[in-house]
Design a protein around this ligand. Structure first.
Ligand SMILES: O=C(O)CCC(=O)C(=O)O
Ligand SMILES: [Fe+2]
Length: 314
């Protein structure tokens, strides 16, 4: 039978959701795993984080409190490899980034009870810590990345949930090319806007274009999330997190996966990531195509087997 119904892709953003992220810079949270399921998965997966035999970065002994050697563990941990490519996530991203999508970076964001919140910040080219742009959009050079932040454990107002300033994603209050000073002793020492916060050993306010003009946090929203939920936001949206005020053994763990279309240049003109006092060689690095095709070939790519590893070059 022939009908006029247009086939809707499963898990796609609705028109309202698309309008919402366009106006506000974020959409969600959405539920991907039930809390018990997430707990089970994480209990199993966390052990694999300690097995670095297939991790693409070496631990740099100078690395500070933010262990960037755990960047891109989706390249060697099967659950993370599957997670970043889940159709529930990727089909939503198509409505924002178009049909062709690379996952170019993943990061863990752990905060134990007593840890400071994350400073308000916006990220366009991710030069903020290294002084070198890590992604560059063609033509305008402006664009940022779409981040999917998944709560691997609950993130409540008490346990360091994210905060957003809706609608701030089109204009940068910060200049990422100004260099911040790295000082791990800064961690847990500064109250900003009434909140204990910092940027993993940096002070993000050093990057303000005009130190007297900062995004207006009176309109900030908090995004509490249950374990297993995720939220999608433009990295250029002013975002932060609250401190974790729970007991010291209560971990809030976020997992951020970052996506761009393949015409964005990733780590242009560099062979290392230098930040947080560490230097990581990119010689094993590759982005992962999670949707469509790459007609450009600007960026090295890796493919994972269905078991996650070992990696083969695409
Ligand atoms: O988890 C946090 O506190 C910060 C996360 C963040 O800044 C990001 O995912 O870009
Ligand atoms: Fe961020």
């Amino acid at each position: 039978m022939i009908t006029n119904e247009v086939e809707v892709e499963p898990f796609a953003l609705t028109d309202e959701e698309q309008k919402f992220i366009d106006e506000n810079g974020y959409v969600g949270p959405f539920t991907l795993y039930e809390p018990e399921e997430m707990e089970q998965i994480w209990n199993k997966t966390r052990r694999q984080v300690f097995d670095r035999s297939h991790a693409i970065y070496e631990i740099d002994m100078h690395s500070g409190p933010n262990n960037i050697a755990n960047y891109d563990r989706h390249l060697d941990i099967p659950f993370l490899a599957q997670h970043v490519a889940r159709p529930e996530i990727v089909n939503k991203l198509k409505g924002i980034l178009g049909p062709d999508i690379l996952c170019w970076r993943t990061e863990f964001f752990p905060k134990y009870g007593g840890d400071e919140g994350t400073d308000w910040h916006q990220a366009d080219n991710f030069a903020m810590a290294s002084g070198k742009p890590q992604i560059i959009w063609p033509e305008t050079g402006f664009g940022g990345t779409v981040t999917v932040w998944t709560a691997f454990t609950e993130a409540s107002e008490k346990t360091a949930c994210l905060r957003f300033q809706p609608g701030t994603h089109r204009k940068m209050f910060y200049d990422e090319m100004k260099k911040m000073t790295y000082n791990p002793d800064l961690v847990n020492t500064k109250i900003k806007g009434g909140v204990l916060s910092g940027f993993f050993g940096y002070d993000y306010t050093e990057l303000l274009v005009d130190p007297n003009v900062r995004p207006d946090d009176s309109k900030a929203v908090t995004i509490p999330m249950k374990a297993g939920q995720y939220v999608i936001f433009w990295s250029t949206l002013a975002h932060a997190s609250l401190p974790n005020t729970a007991e010291s053994n209560v971990l809030r763990l976020g997992f951020a996966s970052r996506y761009v279309p393949p015409y964005v240049k990733i780590y242009p003109d560099t062979t290392v990531i230098e930040e947080y006092g560490a230097s990581l060689s990119l010689h094993k690095y590759g982005a992962v195509l999670v949707a469509g095709e790459d007609k450009y070939g600007y960026n090295p790519q890796l493919k994972t087997t269905t078991r996650g590893h070992p990696f083969v070059t695409a």
